[in-house]
Design a binder for this molecule. Structure first.
Ligand code: AHR
Length: 501
């Protein structure tokens, strides 16, 4: 069996983990909102029309923040359409996804939903067709207590108390040719800086996310970041990153190595941010908001066949399998290793649309394979992220060289006296015996070793059958200060230790 060694030092802290790295995203598209979180005719809907089964599944994930309302739809969205009496709200053509938007859910209802699942809202403002005025009005509507036009309008809509939304995205993917009102970096940078300035004048306590490239594959990456941050560095607190993955060539070993590319992307964005910091002689360090990430490719072909101008059609309904869950685990480990710079991240999305949770209209709901690594990281990955020194055997794939068999992150929760090891074996044929030196954690014992694995990498879950789910029969032995853990080929492992004496 291959061997890997991991050195742990409780003094080598990367950073306190910002719980918002376990955020998610709900866009007005497909069945994310209508038929996903909201289905007033469903027998399990609450008094506001939200599905109680979905509230329960989301709550189990302990999602700290949810980005809303888009996404591509944001670039032509008028937030005023989604507030006030429901029967007066317009039905509109939504141009990004070519559907009918009924506006039956809007800012206030979504804030209520977020409260029900214990999340904060990460609100996004339209910088495609709109700009400073609509954005500052929305901040006033959401966050000002009262005594002004927009805050009093909120009160007449039944929301006496402000929503106090802290985090705001300045547009979405504004470099993309698919956006209504696509901008050059100069155009976006100026608009975002001036919009952010006005928004912070309304509420100085808010935090702003400057829009980064739509992905590392964009021809303008990373020049977009360099030019836009030159304008927004003073007003923004974060820059956004988006990345989606897919096993398009059906080369699973190569696919599971693609977090190497993610590492490179993160390093590049940090470098650009730090260049701007130096250029501006700034004391501020720009943080990263990885506010869209996931696997997205299974549904691409199916989506081409959809008729336009439907309400809530099944768009982007990827069905995830075992290997997708492994990749999602690898992405979360990567974020934990960058906990000093990545302060927010959003699994895109949460329900039905490229999501861990799937619903049937009028029926039940179920967990996709990716639900599990996401839940494990969110629930057990709170504390500080520790620097680990790993020696792991390596392999090469079509696109990557020197890929470590194992990928590891370690979280220490000093208050709860818990250590959680997240370990991925991304090799498809060989098991690895991992040895962790635990000398800094005397008195700690293994509580459980959760494993997600399946003989068939293409195994997926459905409403009828949950083929991929974790078991807690992982193999380990702990002698003195050495913890040995067997991480099976193609498996996601969570080893939870707790101090017993
Ligand atoms: O999450 C799906 C889409 O991916 C979002 O609308 C957009 O921001 C990104 O391109």
């Amino acid at each position: 069996m291959k061997q890997a060694n991991v050195l742990l030092d409780k003094g080598a802290v990367i950073s306190e983990i910002d719980k918002r790295i376990y955020g998610s995203f709900i866009e007005h598209m497909g069945r994310a909102v209508y038929g996903g979180i909201y289905e007033p005719d469903h027998e399990g809907a609450d008094e506001q029309g939200f599905r109680k089964d979905v509230i329960s599944l989301v709550s189990q994930l302990q999602v700290p923040i949810i980005r809303y309302p888009g996404g591509n739809m944001l670039s032509a969205y008028n937030w005023e359409d989604g507030v006030g009496p429901k029967h007066e709200r317009p039905r509109k053509l939504e141009l990004a996804w070519r559907v009918i938007e009924t506006n039956q859910v809007g800012t206030n209802e979504f804030a209520d939903f977020a409260g029900k699942v214990g999340s904060e809202v990460m609100m996004a403002v339209n910088l495609g067709t709109r700009g400073i005025d609509a954005a500052r009005n929305l901040v006033e509507y959401c966050n000002h207590p009262g005594g002004s036009y927009w805050s009093d309008l909120r009160r007449t809509h039944g929301y006496e108390r402000p929503h106090q939304i802290k985090t705001w995205c300045l547009g979405n993917e504004m470099d993309g040719h698919w956006q209504i009102g696509q901008k050059t970096a100069e155009e976006y940078g100026r608009l975002a800086a001036e919009t952010g300035k006005a928004m912070k004048q309304v509420d100085p306590s808010i935090e702003l996310v400057s829009c980064g490239s739509s992905g590392s594959g964009m021809p303008t990456f990373p020049e977009w970041e360099a030019v836009t941050l030159d304008h927004t560095y003073g007003i923004a607190d974060y820059v956004s990153l988006h990345q989606y993955f897919g096993n398009r060539d059906n080369d699973s070993q190569n696919y599971l190595a693609s977090t190497m590319e993610l590492e490179h992307f993160i390093h590049t964005v940090i470098s650009v941010c730090d260049y701007l910091k130096a250029k501006k002689r700034s004391k501020k360090t720009m943080m990263l908001s990885f506010d869209e990430w996931n696997v997205w490719y299974h549904s691409n072909e199916q989506d081409q066949k959809l008729e336009p101008w439907q309400t809530a059609p099944p768009q982007l309904e990827d069905r995830y399998n075992m290997e997708d869950a492994l990749l999602v685990g690898g992405i979360l480990i990567t974020f934990l290793r960058h906990a000093d710079r990545i302060k927010m991240a959003c699994l895109a999305q949460l329900v039905n649309v490229i999501a861990p949770i799937v619903t049937e209209n009028g029926g039940g709901s179920w967990k996709q394979t990716i639900y599990y690594p996401y839940m494990h990281a969110s629930v057990f990955g709170r504390g500080v992220s520790l620097q680990v020194i790993v020696s792991s055997p390596k392999f090469d794939t079509k696109d990557f060289t020197d890929v470590p068999y194992t990928d590891t992150a370690v979280v220490w929760n000093e208050g709860k006296e818990e250590v959680t090891i997240f370990a991925l074996n991304r090799h498809l044929e060989e098991d690895v015996l991992m040895t962790f030196s635990m000398k800094d954690f005397p008195g700690y014992e293994v509580n459980e070793h959760l494993v997600l694995e399946h003989d068939d990498l293409k195994a997926a879950n459905s409403m009828r059958e949950e083929r991929v789910k974790p078991h807690n029969n992982g193999q380990w032995s702990f002698q003195r200060t050495e913890l040995e853990v067997k991480v099976n080929k193609a498996s996601w492992n969570v080893i939870r230790l707790k101090r017993s004496v």
